[in-house]
Design a protein around this ligand. Structure first.
Ligand SMILES: Cc1cc2nc3c(=O)[nH]c(=O)nc-3n(C[C@H](O)[C@H](O)[C@H](O)COP(=O)(O)OP(=O)(O)OC[C@H]3O[C@@H](n4cnc5c(N)ncnc54)[C@H](O)[C@@H]3O)c2cc1C
Length: 500
């Protein structure tokens, strides 16, 4: 039997998150036959696309900003990391993606219009003002349900309880997927395969390999639906991986590793940026003012992945009361450890840190902070008073001046991984030689090079899933059309030859 006779459909999409459902729906819309394989069996399956805040933005900029502004936002957040045409595609296509979602009946609303980047938020909202992961009935949940329904209405096949395990390759082209269905192996064939199975936060071996030698000290703050299968499958057929070590994360109390009520909030990165974050030897290892994503990555990578945030009373009463569910008083109320003493040495001792080393670090930091403040004059003080927006999670250092002093043991918390397989602007998977792998596409959190990298640039997982889900489907449809035209021409030529 030749490959064409075995085809179950034109395109197989792996994973029913936003990336997969976008690719599947767009492909069906363009006239392709589609099969969507989802590992989980539950109708309302839990995945990142269903359990998020629903804010569509591009590097904390409104999707309505000019493409050039969005492009600059991506390149500067990533500090140049990742393929340039991919950043360009994201910037150029973001708004069209939102319009496409609206065309599917998705409802959006605005939040905090003053900040200007939360103007396309899935409705109804309500995710970010809860101290637990409450997502049922909110915008993201509704979006996933709507897209699944649309797919079936358009004649797409949606299969549950099917875990894709490896890719079928023939003559250098991907022509199918080997999967487990109820524990039994089964192979599906198609002209193209789209990987859209999320990140690898749920795979402890991969987290250990790429992110931290101590996964037991890294709290999983999101859901664990991404198992890294797509990345592994693509790697096995020669795909290049990009930015595997960076993740979207925050800093939480170390007690969250074994105690309820301290995740997903309160964040301790704001106190760390005003005060200081040290390792278990009492040494600073990162510029704490770089914000929560950056510092949580640095924390996970150093030593055993644990650290201590130190601050003074003014910080506890100031920035400590900042943001939704702030550490003051929620950290203590939820039973998180907070040491307190009248001197920095005593609080260091209580936290198991070398007192002399901590004092030295604090004095050095105080000196640097005062110098910076003197150089900046009243502007710096004003900036501090204004409390930097959550958008960047950044806040300048403040001098340690006012007893008592505090120490909170902390860990890094991973919301979602940011690395994965390299793609081009059309969502085609790129191999280690820099060449697209025929028939293989990827979108969403299984892709790398769109965000993350050494600067831990956060561009927005939703817009990434949406734009490259669309791009992959549209490229497959174009290829399909060309192949059909070629077949048609070949058939005509054959008939003409026979009639001669
Ligand atoms: C708490 C939280 C809040 C967030 N808030 C925002 C926000 O406000 N704005 C924003 O831009 N981003 C946000 N994000 C990130 C965003 O939600 C994700 O980046 C995005 O939803 C990823 O979509 P995806 O389709 O790639 O992956 P997922 O949504 O993870 O979907 C992958 C699907 O693939 C399935 N799957 C896995 N392995 C297999 C397999 N082998 N075979 C078949 N199926 C498989 C999974 O079960 C899952 O259903 C947030 C994330 C979290 C966790």
């Amino acid at each position: 039997m030749n490959a064409q006779d075995r085809m179950d459909c034109d395109v197989i999409v792996i994973g029913a998150g936003l990336a997969g459902l976008t690719a599947a729906n767009r492909a069906a819309e363009l006239g392709l036959s589609v099969m969507l394989l989802e590992r989980q069996s539950e109708a309302r399956h839990v995945c990142a696309s269903r359990t998020n805040g629903g804010v569509f933005h591009v590097g904390f900029r409104s999707v309505h900003a000019a493409p050039e502004t969005l492009y600059e936002a991506v390149r500067s957040a990533n500090e140049g990391f990742g393929p340039e045409p991919v950043a360009r595609a994201l910037a150029d296509e973001a708004l069209r993606g939102i319009d496409w979602l609206k065309g599917q009946g998705t409802e959006f609303t605005r939040l905090e219009p003053d900040h200007g980047w939360k103007d396309e938020v899935l409705a109804p909202v309500g995710f970010h003002d809860k101290t637990e992961m409450a997502w049922q009935g909110l915008g993201a949940d509704r979006l996933i349900a709507r897209l699944e329904k649309r797919l079936v209405e358009q004649g797409g096949r949606s299969m549950r309880g099917v875990r894709a395990r490896s890719l079928v390759e023939e003559d250098g082209r991907i022509v199918g997927v080997r999967a487990e269905v109820d524990g039994q192996p089964r192979t599906f064939h198609a002209d193209a395969v789209v990987l859209a199975d999320g990140g690898f936060e749920g795979n402890a071996d991969m987290v250990r390999q790429y992110i931290t030698a101590y996964p037991e000290h890294l709290l999983l703050r999101g859901c664990e639906s991404g198992l890294g299968d797509g990345i592994r499958m693509a790697e096995a057929v020669g795909a290049r991986l990009l930015g595997m070590s960076s993740f979207y994360g925050h800093i939480l109390s170390a007690d969250s590793l074994h105690r309820e009520g301290l995740s997903p909030f309160p964040f301790l990165e704001f106190l760390a940026s005003a005060g200081m974050l040290v390792d278990r030897q009492g040494d600073r290892f990162v510029d704490e003012t770089m914000g929560g994503h950056y510092t949580s990555n640095a924390l996970a990578r150093q030593g055993d992945g644990l650290g201590v945030v130190l601050f003074d009373h003014a910080m506890w009463e100031g920035i400590g009361r900042h943001f939704f569910c702030p550490p003051n008083p929620n950290l203590v109320n939820a039973g998180g450890t907070l040491h307190r003493a009248d001197s920095i040495e005593d609080v260091a001792r209580l936290a198991g840190l070398p007192p002399a080393r901590v004092r030295q670090q604090m004095e050095q930091l105080n000196q640097e902070t005062r110098l910076k403040e003197a150089a900046a004059g009243s502007e710096e003080a004003e900036r501090r008073r204004a409390m930097t927006a959550y958008a960047k999670g950044k806040h300048p250092h403040e001098p340690f001046e006012q007893a008592p002093f505090y120490a909170a043991p902390v860990c890094a918390a991973l919301t979602s991984t940011l690395g994965g397989v390299e793609i081009d602007a059309a969502g085609r998977v790129i191999d280690v030689r820099g060449v697209p792998i025929a028939g293989l596409y990827a979108a969403g959190s299984c892709t790398g090079g769109v965000e993350g990298g050494p600067a831990v640039g956060y561009i927005g997982g939703l817009i990434k899933a949406l734009v490259f889900g669309l791009a992959a489907a549209e490229h497959i449809a174009r290829e399909n059309l060309i192949a059909r035209e070629n077949q048609h021409i070949a058939r005509e030529n054959l008939i003409a030859r026979e009639n001669r």
